[in-house]
Design a protein around this ligand. Sequence first.
Ligand code: HGY
Ligand code: MN
Ligand code: MN
Length: 409
Amino acid sequence: MINADRLWDRLMQLGSIGAQEAGGITRLSFTPEERAVKDRVAGFMKEAGLAVREDAAGNLIGRREGTNPQASVVLVGSHLDSVPNGGNFDGPLGVLSGVEALQTMNEQGIETEHPIEVIAFTDEEGARFGFGMIGSRGIAGLLRPEELEIRDEQGISIAEAMAASGLDPAHIGKAAREPGSVKAYIELHIEQGKVLESRNLAVGVASGVAGPLWLKFVLEGEAGHAGATPMSLRKDPLAAAAEIMLVIEREAAHQEITVGTVGKLQVFPGGVNIIPGRVEFTLDLRDVNIAIRDQVEQAILGEAEAICARRGVRLQVELLQRINPAVCSEDIQAAIRAACAAEGLETVTLPSGAGHDCMQLTGLCPVGMIFARSKDGISHNLAEYTSKEDCGRGAQVLYRTVLSLANGK
Ligand code: HGY
Ligand code: MN
Ligand code: MN
């Protein structure tokens, strides 16, 4: 059995790192808060008896050797970075449960054939640069040098932020794992939705992960005097943006699973008595079916162009990231269900609306995810909560699943 008290205590410790006056946690990549949380987790990994290192992409890794030094590694992961004013469980539950599982194996002298590594991926959320999953892309060898030139709102590039935190962006390729070197990837994560709670279940099995498409819309109109400019003579980019946002809502709502969200909006120059000159907003569009997501994307872009043409507003759309949906391995799903059965836990299989690092790893190894119940389905919010009991249940299922994966099943 894993030590649920120790897991909970460590989770609560991390909750104080990056805590915000306005509530919630903010730990963006390559910031002092992220450095602090990685140092604390590195300490937990050492307490667990793991060999601890950081790779060229800044991933924090704790390794436990197996009996067969030639065997491929089982990766257990999640992330420690957060969204602004985020919750305490999105990411850390998976990393700390991985540490707890390996510490339990060491304490109980349990041997596995395959080595196991618990990994805290760099920048899963993409909150700082609008481009996420940097660490898992690095592991999969998918990072392109030009992507390290993406800049945050202060104009700092990913490469510059990496260098400032002691990494050499030129060596990012060294984080990539050889094909065949990874047996499987498994992650415990909070569900971030309401399915488990509505079914009164503590643990769920992921069938797949919806793919997020992130676009940045830039609308250029004509700034003007709010009082002296008749409505018929305006080229107002904010009014155009408002129409486009309603198109996004309508087109996504027409589909069964598709979701569309405008999460960031900036208005320039931003004065009470100024008709805006420029507006920027982001679109996060997701579906588990890539063809449907593409179809909704084209419908939105077509209508946006027509709206802007009618209003005399210039439209530019910039791709921030396009991640394909991921399918979870049937074998790993079966291993998770067997672990749930061994724990006497009824479970359900469900798709993940939220994105996760496993999406970057499907070309490297089979992937699977275990979900822990989220209270009220809330996440990316300071009210995000999973009970101590459910964290323990999820970690225990992870422990059994990792054992079965690391012993050649
Ligand atoms: O955006 C997501 O779905 C994840 O929380 N990064
Ligand atoms: Mn997450
Ligand atoms: Mn998240």
